[in-house]
Design a protein around this ligand. Structure first.
Ligand code: ADP
Ligand code: MG
Length: 398
């Protein structure tokens, strides 16, 4: 397998370049709530435009399940992209077929075409060869810039790359790999990892893979209760992922063998109902009454976590510290975000990844070394796994 080819090494002038982006943006009634993923894709689009490529862009949006779902059309993305680029983005609502083939062949240098949501086609998620072949006919060069979807072996991220000889990673893909790789290569110590959120399945492999490199592991969010449960502490009605409890058991000796300091919350915010204006109180760990659940880390824990973050030279954070969608259960998460910003200013290497954690930074001016566009993809990468959409770019087509 060769090294990952870069977009810089391609000669794209006058060629039809088929590009996979991750334009999977949050939409509300056709309105794009956060266009960060579009903005992060602009360097690749602008470069191809400047170099005189004929640009055919594709992406998925949401989970339409292999059929056309009007609310998940990429039409609003085409409109927003044309505003951001100050340039027309052609969009006809088709993915493959005669019409789109003809439009792609008639593109002039620097012109842009966006295909409809690839997941409207049942062949996308199935990595169907026929669908991949039809996509591959649209371009003579393939560029993948969709890091956030790189853990998916789909037709537009994988199948098509098995068919097009000339292919490369785009600028966002390269930037993500470069930044996340720093964590795998033994970054400046002390190296602390802050984990929270709810989906433990994707996070435990990160702990296992990075344990030899990290100094401190700080646990918040719903993950807390699984750890407390394993330590024999009663967690009331807090969220538990029963099926993963045996895996947590494996984590303790790994942390011990690698001299990782494990920090669990000392105090918690608990409520009897997860909703706005619910009753809540702060309690020490271990005092959760029956019928109550933990929904955030408490003030003493915030203070401790802040101290550790500010003493670290490298910090990776994934997963909110509490049910941050509901105020005031967002306090722990916001305080950790602030501490991350302060650490960045002090010169620490600060990275954040996660589909939900990333929302904390939407519209905020907190600075980080790197805010990943990837959730699942970033976690898999940090677990030491090869991402299929990246590996296939390294494989030559005969
Ligand atoms: P990410 O996408 O950033 O990796 P996850 O998907 O794992 O994060 O988890 C995010 C979710 O975790 C949020 O919706 C948040 O409400 C939830 N969460 C965090 N803490 C708790 C808790 N104590 N109880 C229930 N849910 C929680
Ligand atoms: Mg999530």
């Amino acid at each position: 397998m060769r090294d990952l080819p870069s977009i810089r090494d391609l000669d794209v002038k006058g060629k039809r370049v088929l590009c996979r982006f991750d334009f999977n943006v949050p939409l509300k009634q056709g309105f794009i709530e956060d266009d960060r993923r579009l903005k992060e894709s602009l360097p690749t689009i602008r470069y191809l435009k400047r170099e005189g490529a004929k640009i055919i862009m594709m992406s998925h949006l949401g989970r339409p399940g292999g059929t056309k779902v009007r609310e998940l059309s990429l039409a609003p993305v085409a409109k927003r992209l044309s505003e951001l680029l100050d340039s027309e983005v052609k969009f006809v609502g088709e993915i493959v077929g005669d019409e789109i083939q003809k439009i792609s062949e008639e593109l002039k240098e620097g012109e842009l075409l966006l295909l409809e949501n690839t997941r409207f086609h049942p062949g996308e998620k199935g990595n169907d060869i026929g669908f991949s072949e039809n996509l591959a006919k649209l371009g003579s060069i393939y560029v993948n810039d969709a890091f956030a979807t790189a853990h998916r072996k789909h037709a537009s991220t994988y199948g098509v790359a098995t068919l097009i000889k000339e292919k490369a990673a785009g600028f966002l893909m390269l930037k993500e790999i470069e930044n996340l790789s720093k964590l795998l290569k033994g970054p400046p110590p002390p190296f602390s990892i802050v984990l929270g959120g709810a989906k433990m399945k994707t996070k435990i492999p990160v702990i296992k893979n990075l344990a030899p490199l990290m100094d401190n592991l700080l646990i918040g969010g719903a993950m807390t209760y699984n750890f407390l449960n394993k330590k024999g502490i009663d967690v009331g009605d807090s969220l538990l992922e029963e099926s993963l409890l045996p895996e947590i058991e494996e984590v303790f000796p790994i942390l011990r063998d690698n001299n990782v300091n494990l920090y669990l919350p000392m105090d918690l915010v608990i409520t009897d109902r997860i909703e706005e204006r619910a009753k809540w109180k702060v309690i020490p760990v271990g005092d959760i009454p029956c019928g109550w659940k933990g929904v955030d880390i408490g003030p003493k824990t915030i203070q401790k976590f802040r101290e550790i973050i500010l003493e670290s030279k490298t910090i990776f954070w994934n997963g909110p510290m509490g049910v941050f969608e509901i105020s005031p259960f967002d306090k722990g998460t916001l305080e950790i975000a602030t501490a991350m910003g302060e650490a960045t200013k002090e010169g620490a290497l600060t990275l954040v990844g996660g589909g939900d954690t990333d929302k904390v930074f939407t519209g905020s001016d907190i600075e980080l070394s790197h805010l990943s566009t990837g959730g699942g993809a970033a976690l898999l990468f940090l677990s030491g796994e090869e991402l299929p959409a990246i590996s296939i770019l390294k494989e030559e087509v005969r």
